[in-house]
Design a protein around this ligand. Structure first.
Ligand SMILES: O=C(O)CCC(=O)C(=O)O
Length: 307
């Protein structure tokens, strides 16, 4: 596979906004963006699909069960890089706290239950963290799950301060970027039922909710617990609780999910998002990796879309 130049892409977020402004419906907008991505990088998606034959199957989940459920814990033993990444991210967090950077930005008053503390540039500059998010095992999971070598579209550290809010992503919802995508979650402190665990339904249970009148057939829909649980029952709810270092993955395009209902203590996480190359609503980011001159292998280059 040629990795001589990063695949060209389009600013899907900007195009989506412009088309929305002039009243183009969602389905048509997605069609236009996907088409534009295809034109800018002919054959790229097909190359990413065929590269899959070179990627071993993941061992950090029972793959067939995971594929069906769309969400679950990852086995730390199969992802040994997770421990060093957690420690390094905790060290970064300690630095941010010591330098007074763990503060709620004034402009983010509405969404102050989930605050971004660090982005991909700071995280990927730390080898222990990059080695985890670009580990063979994690990329095997994301690639086989999505049926192609995906793009790492976001990678951030998030802080969920204690809050008594109930808004936006604290309600059950699907993520809007694509109908399938994969988010990887790493807990940086212990998370129990009181400090806002990431919470999800399986893809099948989500589908049950989606097929009823409760769901208004808009992907941006937010649903309260009562309405959801009246359909699938309380036992269907999967709460990702565990000590610092807990690893989980969720297809937030297929699984209704929520989080950050932090009542007793703050929650700190790393979250990486992998999407298909032609994802209609995610950027193929222009990763700025100047600070990091380590060499990436061909699979990592594809995931980062760098040369
Ligand atoms: O705060 C959380 O745990 C949920 C975040 C979320 O909904 C998302 O990243 O899609």
């Amino acid at each position: 596979m040629a990795t001589s130049a990063p695949a060209k892409s389009v600013d899907s977020v900007r195009i989506q906004k412009r088309l929305q402004k002039v009243g183009i419906p969602r389905g048509m907008r997605d069609f236009v963006v996907t088409g534009a991505k295809r034109v800018m990088a002919p054959g790229e998606e097909e190359r990413r699909v065929s590269y899959l034959s070179k990627v071993p199957k993941p061992r950090c989940v029972d793959f067939d069960s995971f594929k069906k459920a769309g969400a679950g814990f990852l086995d730390n033993a199969a992802l040994p890089e997770g421990e060093a990444a957690t420690q390094e991210a905790q060290a970064l967090l300690a630095e941010l706290k010591a330098t007074g950077q763990v503060v709620k930005p004034a402009r983010q008053r509405k969404r102050d239950f989930l605050v971004r503390l660090a982005g991909h540039a700071e995280l990927l500059a730390r080898p222990e963290i990059a080695d985890f998010v670009l580990s063979d095992e994690l990329l095997a999971l994301a690639s086989h799950y999505l049926g192609q070598v995906p793009v790492l579209t976001r990678f951030d550290m998030w802080w969920s301060p204690i809050n008594d809010k109930m808004s936006e992503s604290q309600f059950y919802h699907y993520d809007g970027e694509d109908e399938t995508q994969l988010k990887i979650i790493v807990y940086l402190n212990d998370v129990d039922l009181e400090n806002g665990p990431f919470t999800t339904l399986s893809a099948a249970d989500s589908e049950k909710v989606k097929s009823t009148k409760v769901f208004a057939q808009r992907r941006s829909e937010r649903l309260d617990d009562e309405r959801v649980e009246s359909i699938v029952g309380k036992d269907a709810v999967v709460r990702i609780v565990g000590p610092a270092g807990t690893l989980a993955a969720c297809d937030t395009g297929r699984c209704l999910h929520y989080g950050s209902r932090a009542k007793s203590r703050d929650r700190f996480i790393l979250m990486a998002q992998f999407t298909k190359f032609l994802c209609p609503k995610a950027l193929v980011p222009d990763w700025k990796l100047e600070g990091d001159r380590r060499s990436f292998n061909p699979l990592q280059k594809l995931v980062l879309n760098v040369t």
